[in-house]
Design a protein around this ligand. Structure first.
Ligand code: DGL
Length: 273
């Protein structure tokens, strides 16, 4: 593709399911001229409890699919896939690929006053220690308290955002963090911003809550501008959505999360890629 074609090419965004829509939403807000191709791997969700090998295989298949759509850059809108597969896919593909962990870590480092940071995420993300590693590269004496919260993902997928069960689960997982003296907490899974209000209510105003999606969209903007491939004008945005299963359920969710009317979602067989 020449530079003019690249400017007009879409951004690829993927996640294991609906969580990455929180990142897509930020890209829509901050980069309103960009087209987006979104893929949610709903057939193989959750990623959080799967092995590194599986997540690398899934991520490579999805990137091959997105490349058939001629994307100019890819955002891994999933902390688990970022933690397990970002290095491997960056080595294999020449398309610029960014994840959500470095942007989230940077935002937390900028925010904390007492250098005590909480990180919530899936088992895979917490086990990878990637947040701790990146935070300590910037702030070597930071204390990082990590907690895997595996039930948050199904609660979000079920739409139990404000349910009393969700409040109980938040208390079970996050009590230790609440009783510690962290002043900043990272929502280290793209599903968790959908529980943000309940989590903010739980912590009150003593803890600043970081949503890496916002920072990831800023990183993407920077990369596009540095490479001279940002779309400067686009009157009719195109947002396309693909899933590996349960398109109808995904559509309802997408219409709840996005400031945009999602009319159709296409189901594809991702194993073919
Ligand atoms: N949304 C994914 C993340 O950010 C995890 C959900 C899952 O376990 O599939 O880690």
């Amino acid at each position: 593709m020449n530079i003019e074609e690249l400017k007009k090419a879409p951004i690829g965004v993927f996640d294991s399911g609906v969580g990455g829509l929180t990142v897509a939403r930020e890209i829509m807000r901050q980069l309103p001229n960009e087209d987006i191709i979104y893929f949610g791997d709903t057939a193989r969700l959750p990623y959080g409890s799967k092995s590194k090998e599986s997540i690398i295989r899934f991520s490579k298949q999805i990137i091959r699919f997105l490349r058939t759509k001629h994307v100019k850059a890819i955002v891994i809108a999933c902390n688990t896939a970022t933690a397990q597969a970002l290095d491997a896919v960056q080595q294999e593909f020449d398309t610029p690929i960014i994840g959500v962990i470095a942007p989230g870590a940077r935002a937390a480092v900028a925010e904390t006053k007492n250098k005590k940071i909480g990180v919530t995420g899936t088992e895979g993300t917490i086990r990878s220690n990637m947040y701790t590693r990146i935070i300590r590269e910037m702030l070597p004496d930071a204390e990082v308290l990590g907690k895997a919260c595996p039930l948050f993902v199904p609660l979000v997928e079920e739409g139990f955002k404000d349910h009393h069960i969700t409040e109980e689960v938040i208390d079970i997982y996050l009590r230790e963090m609440k009783e510690s003296d962290i002043d900043t907490m990272i929502l280290g899974c793209t599903h968790y911003p959908l529980l943000r209000s309940a989590i903010i209510r739980y912590f009150g105003d003593k803890v600043h809550i970081v949503n890496p999606a916002y920072e990831a969209a800023m990183d993407l903007k920077k990369i596009l501008e540095e490479n001279g491939i940002a779309n400067e004008n686009n009157e009719f945005n195109k947002y396309e959505f693909y899933v590996s299963d349960a398109a109808e359920k995904f559509k309802q969710f997408a219409n709840f999360v996005l400031p945009y009317d999602v009319k159709s979602i296409e189901q594809i067989n991702i194993e073919e890629y």
